[in-house]
Each structure stands twice: as C-alpha cells, then as structure tokens.
Design a protein around this ligand. Structure first.
Ligand code: FAD
Ligand code: AMP
Length: 485
C-alpha cells in the first residue's frame, strides 16, 4: 500500500513534530502545530473500504459523525410515524430505504474525511498513510499493511493520538455479522427484528435508539443497577422514562454471561435478580466501553509508560515518561470524547510552540444524542454533596416554554447548580430538545466563571429554547417568571 505522499519526495526525514493518529486529537494537533510554524507530519493508519486513507479517526469514520447521521435519519422517520400527526400532517405507510440511509451516512463521512486531507494540504501538514511505531529518541517507523517499513522519521517532538477501540468481552465475541461492535451497528443493512444491546452507556443508548426508531424491538442489558450513574439523578430518571417510552426495554442489574450464535439467531445468557436467564436476538451490539490504543504505537524502546488500564501515563502538560513525547485524547485518561481530544491537541501544540497550552477539565460538556437529548457540564448534586460544597439549584421545564410547545417537543428540563454563597455556576444539567446545542451557553458561562445571576441578567431571544436556561438561572434565586417559585 503506497503512502499518500510520495515518501521519496519528502525533503527531510526530520520534522519538528510527528503526530501519530489523525483522529480529532491528532489532526487538530497537527493543524495547530503547522499554524504555529512547526514543520509537522501526521501518520494515520485508517483505511476506508476502497483501501484509501480516511482521516478523522474513530470520530469521523465510525463514531460521532456516522452515528449522528443515522440518529438524524431515524429521528426523521420516527417523527413521520409518531409525532407529525399532532401538526395535522399525515403520510400513509411511510417507508425507509436503509440502503439510501447508509449511503447518505457514508457520503457525509467521505466529505468530512476528505475535508481533513484538504486542511492538511492547506496547512502544509505532511500526511503519511501507514502504521507508526515510536522507537527510541523520537524515531518513528511507518509500515504499510504488509508490515514493510515505508519510512522512518526523526522528530524533535512527538504527539501520540492513537485513540481507542471497542472493548471486546469473551461472553459476547463479535463476528461482524450477528454480534457486532459499534462500527458494525452503523452498517446493519436491514432493521433487525430483535436487537439486544449490551451496555447502557452513551454509545449503546444512541445506537439502540437508531434501530428502535426504525422499528426493531430493542432490549438493552446493563450490568449496573443504576441508569446513567454519571448524570444528574433527575436527568437520568427522566432519560430512562423517555427512552422506555420510545420502546427501549432497559434491563438494569443484568449482566451478560454468554452468547451463542445458532443459525441466524443469537442466544444471549445473562444473570439478573431472578438468576440465570436467556433471550434470543437477531442481532447483538456489544457496547461495553472503549479501550485505549496507545500501546499499539509504541516499541518498548520508546520509554513511554502505560498505566494498569493501558492509558499512556502523562503529567499535567501531557508529557509522557519519554522526553519530548506527548499523549492526548483517548490514549490518556479522562472522558473519551472528541472535543476533549481536540482541546488537548491544541494545548499540546501550543506548548510545543512555546505558548501556555491549557485545558479546563471542569468545563467539558457531555452529550447523549438520544431523543430527548441529554447534556451536562460540571458538577452534579451528588458530586458536590460528596465534597461538602454547599449549593442551590434552579430548574425549569421545557413544558412551560413557548418554542418547545411550538415544536411539539416539551419533555425535559434544565437544572442549574450554583454555589450557595458565591452563586458561581458549578454545574448545568439538561434533558430536552436540542440541549446538545443549549449546553454551549452553560459551558461558556462556566468558562467565564459566571454566576447564576449573570445568566439571569443575560437577554435571551424570545421565543427560543434557550429561555429555559434563562428561567432556570432565575429559578436559582426563586424568581423564575413563568412558573410558581
Ligand atoms: P481516534 O479518533 O480513535 O483516532 C485515532 C487515530 O489514530 C485512528 O485514525 C487510528 O487509525 C490511528 N492510529 C492508531 N494507532 C496508530 C498507529 N500506530 N499508527 C498510525 N495511526 C494510528 N465523542 C464525542 O465527543 N461525541 C460523540 O457524539 C461521539 N460519538 C461516538 C459514537 C461512537 C459510535 C463511537 C465509537 C465514539 C463516539 N465518540 C464521540 C468518541 C470519539 O469518537 C472519540 O473520543 C474520539 O474519536 C477520540 O479521538 P482520538 O483522536 O483520541 O482518537
Ligand atoms: P460506557 O463505558 O459508558 O460506554 O458504558 C458501557 C456499559 O456497559 C457500562 O455501563 C457497563 O456497566 C456495561 N457492561 C459492561 N459489561 C457488561 C456485561 N457483561 N453485561 C451488561 N452490561 C455490561
């Protein structure tokens, strides 16, 4: 497999910076390094079905973007079947062409991955298509699929952004047909009759929603007793209620213990309160989390240390145990999110260029693109209680918002948590229409260390969903206008 650049024509094998991985961590880091005048190469191994380089990593190829494309298609179909009647709109027997839906998703991926190649060209980032291994003293070896070394680079500084891969579990081995990981779940060519999703995390709930909206019976098996333990408790309760209303059968305290494919059916065995049970499914999605891939980019001579979970060990400036080697994104600890990876990429690039790079880990938003959407930033009530930090909350429901009414999309609420004495906003939790967009206001407010009073005194256009954020801020001081306080 040839490199996407003619390696013979690379003037120098020496680079200021070599970035391993072109996911949202690596490609953003590479562009920022180049913007700052550093001679930068980025090596990425991802290949599309045509055997061509496809930049953007997990996020663009099999993650954020294709999943949101299918969530959008399936939501449109669901609305046509279930919510448009209230507007007086009726369509007889609507149907969906799964092939077209997948082709639309693939086209979006192609456009966006191609866009990164253009950005690399525009910024003069040298792209090498192949698998990189970091050796001693920041030497980086690049191999093609036949394991042949196609290039060896020498970098002043290296950024490892090798990302992550789905966790595999022996009790449900994937076979790319009946038992699949998240990538396989983005490519089902027909709607399964009964789909079992193992794991009620963000990915499991999003993919379960896609296929449920398209008509599958969906059962979600989750080992933990608590639903969305990382979310605000009231938000998690509301999300569980709304997803059950959609028809997701969410079984908590249910640990999958085995699975067997027989013919075109999968029997899934699990333990719950009642003991050992089983159910038969047409397809199974294993969505039990992701594991870091840093180790795969490292030769033992590199001197880069991993922790016990396989994450690359770093200090507060993303420096690994090897001098001049940095690591970011899913290969290091923290939430496995594209925007976290990108922010770390920018911060490290700035540090390498002699600037003070920084990431505010207290303001990383988390989003579930289900319907209704769920989004939050900062502390929860229970995390604050654990730290003995006094707080007060203000809450406002979408049901009392004119725009949500006009949209016929009124479930959910916004909750703002502010410090009881200083009024500084410590956390914001949302479930409702478009909260993936509304959360940005909360992130900005927290980034600027705003108080709930600051938000309460900020003018919000009427009628907008954002007025729910405004009213929640007013409610912290018990002066929301459109509800009894
Ligand atoms: P990755 O995106 O994993 O990129 C790593 C790249 O490095 C890959 O291209 C890989 O091929 C390459 N690579 C690895 N090793 C080598 C090597 N040795 N040599 C050369 N190249 C190498 N996050 C969100 O924020 N929002 C979402 O909505 C969201 N949805 C998701 C939906 C799904 C179904 C999945 C699976 C993930 C989702 N994520 C989402 C998570 C997000 O995709 C990851 O957090 C993000 O991609 C991490 O970025 P990264 O740059 O660290 O790694
Ligand atoms: P996340 O890490 O957020 O993607 O979520 C993955 C979920 O899968 C977690 O909530 C785990 O509790 C759950 N999980 C892991 N292994 C199993 C299993 N064998 N059976 C059921 N759920 C599981």
């Amino acid at each position: 497999m040839p490199s996407t650049v003619d390696v013979q024509n690379i003037d120098a094998l020496n680079f200021d910076v070599v970035v391993i991985g072109a996911g949202p961590g690596g490609y953003v880091a590479a562009i920022r390094c180049a913007q700052l005048g550093l001679n930068t190469a980025c090596i990425d191994a991802w290949e599309n079905a045509q055997g061509k380089a496809s930049l953007g990593g997990t996020c663009l190829n099999v993650g954020c973007i294709p999943s949101k494309a299918l969530l959008e298609s399936s939501e449109q179909f669901y609305r046509l079947n279930h919510s448009l009647a209230a507007h007086g709109i009726s369509v007889e027997n609507p149907s969906i062409d799964i092939g077209k839906m997948l082709a639309r998703k693939d086209k979006i991926v192609k456009i966006l991955t191609g866009g990164i190649q253009q950005l690399f060209k525009a910024n003069k980032v040298t792209l090498l298509h192949g698998r990189a291994t970091l050796l001693a003293d920041r030497h980086v070896e690049v191999r093609d699929q036949q394991q042949q070394v196609i290039q060896t680079l020498q970098a002043k500084q290296v950024i490892i952004a090798a990302g992550s891969a789905p966790i595999e579990i022996p009790v449900a081995k994937t076979d790319d047909q009946y038992v699949v990981d998240s990538s396989g779940a983005l490519a089902f060519t027909e709607v399964p009759e009964h789909l079992v999703v193992i794991g009620a995390g963000v990915i499991g709930l999003e993919l379960g929603s896609v296929w449920r909206r398209l008509g599958a019976k969906v059962t979600v098996l989750e080992a933990l007793e608590e639903f969305l333990p990382m979310a605000d408790r009231a938000v998690a309760r509301e999300a569980q209620k709304q997803l059950q209303r959609l028809g997701l059968d969410i079984l908590l305290g249910t640990k999958v213990t085995g699975s067997k494919v027989l013919g075109d059916k999968v029997t899934v065995h699990y333990d719950d309160q009642k003991g050992s049970q089983s159910m038969v499914a047409d397809r199974v999605i294993v969505a039990v989390g992701r594991r870091p891939c840093g180790a795969g980019a490292l030769d033992p001579s590199s001197g880069v240390k991993l922790d016990q979970h396989g994450f690359i060990e770093i200090n507060s400036h993303w420096q690994t145990s090897a001098p001049g080697v940095y690591a970011i994104g899913d290969t290091v600890t923290g939430p496995m999110l594209a925007h976290k990876a990108s922010e770390e990429g920018v911060a490290v690039a700035e540090i390498l260029a002699g600037k003070p790079g920084h990431v505010n880990y207290k303001t990383i938003p988390a989003v579930l693109y289900t319907h209704p959407e769920v989004a939050w930033v900062g502390e929860t009530e229970h995390s604050l209680a654990e730290q003995n930090i006094p707080f007060q909350t203000g809450q406002f429901a979408f049901a009392a918002n004119g725009r949500a009414r006009a949209m016929e999309d009124t479930s959910g609420f916004v909750k703002i948590i502010a410090h009881q004495k200083t009024d500084r906003i410590l956390g914001v939790h949302m479930i409702g229409p478009n909260v993936s967009e509304l959360i940005s206001e909360a992130v900005l407010a927290m980034e600027y260390s705003a108080s709930s009073e600051d938000l309460a005194r900020t003018i919000h256009a009427h009628p907008t969903l954002a007025e729910v954020v405004h009213e929640a801020a007013l409610a912290v001081d018990k002066r929301a206008i459109h509800k009894a306080n």
